[in-house]
Design a protein around this ligand. Sequence first.
Ligand code: HEC
Ligand code: HEC
Length: 332
Amino acid sequence: MRKAFLLAALFALLLATSVAAEELGASSAKFWSVPQVDALPYDAHSRLIRHGRDLITATYSHIGPDMPDPAQRYAGNNLACGNCHLDAGVKKFGLPIFGLSEDFPAYSARVGAQITLQERINSCMTRSMNGRPLPVSSAPMRAIVAYIQFLSSGVRKGEKLSGLGAGTMPELDRAADPARGRDIYQARCIGCHNVDGAGVQNSLPGLGAGYAFPPLWGSDSFNDGAGMAWLITAANFIHSNMPDGVDYLHPRLSPEEAWDVAALMISKPRPNRPGVEKDFPDLLQKPIDAPYGPYADGFSEAQHKYGPYGPIRAKLKEIEKQMGEVKNPNVK
Ligand code: HEC
Ligand code: HEC
C-alpha cells in the first residue's frame, strides 16, 4: 500500500518535471531572447533606436501620407511596418527583421545586384508602403537602421536563425481558389479586416493615426509589387499569424484555408506599381509566385499567381538541366 503511494508520488513528480520541461521547450521554440529596447539608457544613440522602433510600430504618425509637412510624407499608405513585421519585427515567422543587419549587403535577385540594408528598407517603402524612398542620410532612415542593427546585436555573422520569414507550408496540388477564400474571409477575417478588406482606422480618415486593423486590399493597401501580394508569402504569413494572436506553433487555419483566403486577398484591386516587369533581370531567379510576367517557363500569369506550382517547378528544373548541358567549346 505504502509502496504504491510512493510510486504514485514519484510518478506525479516525474510528470510535473516533464511538463515543465516541455513548456520551457515550447516557449524557447516560440520566443527569441531579443535585446530589450526599454532597458537602454537615455543617451543619443538609444534615443535613435527607440525612435526607430516607433517608426516601425507607428510609421503613419512619422512619415505617413497625412503628415502636416509634405516633405515628411514618404509612405503612400497608412500602414505601419509593424502591421506585417509583427511585434515590432521580432515575432518568429511574423516576417521578423531581427538579426539581419549582418546579412546585408546581400545579393537581390529582384535587382540583379548587391543591395544595402537601406535599399532593402526602401524596397518596402516603395512597395509595401506604396511610397517613395527615404534618403539614406535622412533621420527616419538612420533611426530604422539603428533599430534593426540593435536587434541584431549578439547575432553572429552567418548564423542562421530559425524563425525568419513567414514559414513554409506544404503546397496545394490545385490552384488556390479565391471563391473558396471568400467564405473563409467571411467566417474568419471580416470581423477585424472589415467589409471590402478596408480595415478599421484608429481615427477619422485624414488624421494620420493608422489602423487598429489594417486594410488587406484597396487604395490604402500595399501595391502589387509588394511581397505580401504574392501567394506563397501571403498564405504562409496568414497561416502562421492570423487571425491576429496565433503563432506558428498554434495555427488556427488549415493550410488549405490559408492558401484559399490568401488567393482571395491577392485577387482584389490594389495600387499598381509601374515598371514591375523589369524586376528580376534573370528570369530563372524569379520567384515562382511572382504575379506579373515575363517568365522563363511559358506558364500563364494566372498559374504563377495561384498555382499549382508542381508543373512549373518541373519545367524550370528541365530548363536548368538543359542549360547545364551547354558545352563550353574552349574546354577540351
Ligand atoms: C504589407 C506588408 C509589409 C509592410 C507594411 C512592410 N513590409 Fe517589409 N517585408 C515584407 C515582406 C513580405 C518581406 C519579404 C520577406 C522575405 O523575403 O521573406 C519584407 C522584407 C523586409 C526586410 C528584409 C527582411 C529580410 O529577411 O531580409 C526589411 C529590412 C523590411 N522588410 C523592412 C520594412 C520596413 C522598415 C517597413 C516600413 C517602412 C516595412 N518593411 C513594411 C512585408 C512588409
Ligand atoms: C482579431 C482580429 C483579426 C482577425 C480575425 C484577423 N486579423 Fe489580420 N491582422 C490583424 C491585425 C491587428 C493586424 C496587424 C498586426 C499588427 O499590427 O500587430 C493584421 C494584419 C494582417 C495582415 C498584414 C497587414 C496587411 O495590412 O496586409 C494580413 C495579410 C492579414 N492580417 C490577413 C488576415 C486574414 C486573411 C485573416 C482571416 C483568416 C485575418 N487577417 C484575420 C487583426 C486580425
